[in-house]
Design a protein around this ligand. Structure first.
Ligand code: CA
Length: 406
């Protein structure tokens, strides 16, 4: 672990040196070199069918790389968040309640999307929550920025992502060439993920649909377009209509389990059964065992749709968080076995209260968003030190109790 961290530090120092060498110091010099790169890219874009007129409109005012994009691209957390933290920040009662409220608000559209693509609305709502907090992140211009500038920045200065960024930038320029969205509305995350359901330009080109029928594939401001686009991606990657992503299961103690896939009935034969004791509805389906938090945490048998969700974002934790959130939005219960959490969990409202109190006491200067990240953990540790608690940084009931005394 230590060796890996040290290696990573060395690699980052080398990268910083390489960047310093590639980008001359001083803003004016850096701009000149960037602008040379832009004019070279203009010819590449032209060979790919992007007119000079579109290119010049897209790059109007883009005279220098976006330093915040490079900062985000370089950021590597020193500390890998524990599993409970990943899930607590994403699967909580506020996300469930908002999902249910939006299910009512968008019901006629969700009915139609479900009919056309065969993807359950709760899954689409869960993706919407995970990607942009149901669109709330789109209002935040600290998060959403010019896609052209972000991708040009990465293509120009981020060696690791240059190839990806060039491809995405060309795709973004083609979107502009076709007039699908105006250049000022072509906004996205620092890595170019766009709209309510965060599609990168090539995925937009492949999957975006005009579901509300206004003639434009508008995932930035049309919720029906954005949710239908997500449904289209899932269906085209093999989503199985009316089926779940997987099951929480109980593992019989004292044995090792085979890696790889087996039928659900084979899993049941070796004692891996559902937490509610019921049988598997389609015992012939193949499934893989996942224990993201080790044997002390919950266990899952995941089926085809789990792997389709990973086409959205290729991480087990992502697919699992979407699945668990979707289940709760649909009115099913949460986990029977909790994550391996060394303290008693706060509710979402209590987590916000904890942040508010830490802020009032001067320990915290972040957002009251109910999400525990580096900032909240640091603030909790400092407060724990003040009151003589072990400095583990956990958002526990005990910390909140102590905070309420001030
Ligand atoms: Ca539309």
């Amino acid at each position: 672990m230590l060796a890996r961290t040290t290696l990573r530090r060395c690699a980052m120092a080398l990268l910083a040196l390489a960047l310093a060498a590639a980008v001359p110091s001083g803003a004016a010099l850096a701009d000149a070199s960037f602008q040379r790169w832009v004019s070279e890219f203009r010819s590449i874009a032209a060979r790919n069918g992007v007119s000079g007129r579109t290119f010049d409109r897209a790059f109007a005012g883009v005279t220098a790389p976006d330093p915040e994009v490079l900062e985000k691209a370089r950021y590597q957390p020193e500390f890998k968040a524990p599993v409970w933290q990943y899930f607590d920040n994403r699967v909580h009662e506020e996300a469930v309640a908002t999902g249910r409220q939006l299910a009512r608000q968008w019901k006629p559209w969700l009915d139609r999307i479900e009919r056309q693509y065969g993807v359950d609305r709760s899954v689409l709502l869960a993706i919407w929550s995970m990607e942009t907090n149901y669109g709330a992140a789109l209002e935040n211009d600290k998060i959403m920025r010019s896609v052209v500038r972000s991708l040009a920045t990465l293509a120009y200065a981020d060696r690791r992502r240059a190839k990806f960024a060039r491809q995405q930038l060309l795709s973004a320029l083609k979107i502009l060439e076709r007039g699908e969205i105006g250049v000022h509305h072509l906004t996205g995350s620092w890595a170019g993920a766009m709209g309510h359901t965060q599609f990168i330009p090539t995925s937009y080109e492949a999957y975006a649909v005009d579901f509300d029928g206004d003639g434009r594939r508008d995932i930035w401001s049309s919720v029906p377009d954005a949710l239908a686009t997500a449904a289209n991606l899932l269906r085209r990657n093999g989503w199985r209509s009316g089926e779940t992503w997987g099951y929480e299961v109980v593992l019989p103690g004292g044995r090792k389990f085979p890696a790889g896939t087996m039928s659900l009935s084979r899993w049941a034969q070796i004692g891996v059964v559902r937490v509610n004791g019921r049988g598997f509805p389609r015992p012939g389906d193949s499934a893989e065992l996942k224990v993201p938090d080790g044997r002390a945490g919950p266990a899952f048998l995941v089926t085809k749709n789990f792997f389709v969700l990973k086409r959205y974002n290729n991480a087990d934790t992502y697919a699992l968080a979407v699945g668990l959130l979707a289940d709760q939005i649909a009115g099913h219960g949460g986990l029977v076995r909790d994550w391996n959490r060394p303290f008693e969990r706060l509710t979402f409202a209590e987590t916000q209260e904890l942040q508010r109190r830490l802020l009032a006491l001067g320990y915290y200067d972040g957002k009251i968003d109910g999400k525990i990240g580096q900032g909240s953990r640091g603030a909790i540790k400092a407060f724990q030190q003040r009151v003589g608690l072990a400095q583990d940084g956990h958002p526990s009931k005990e910390v909140l109790r102590q905070l309420r005394r001030f």
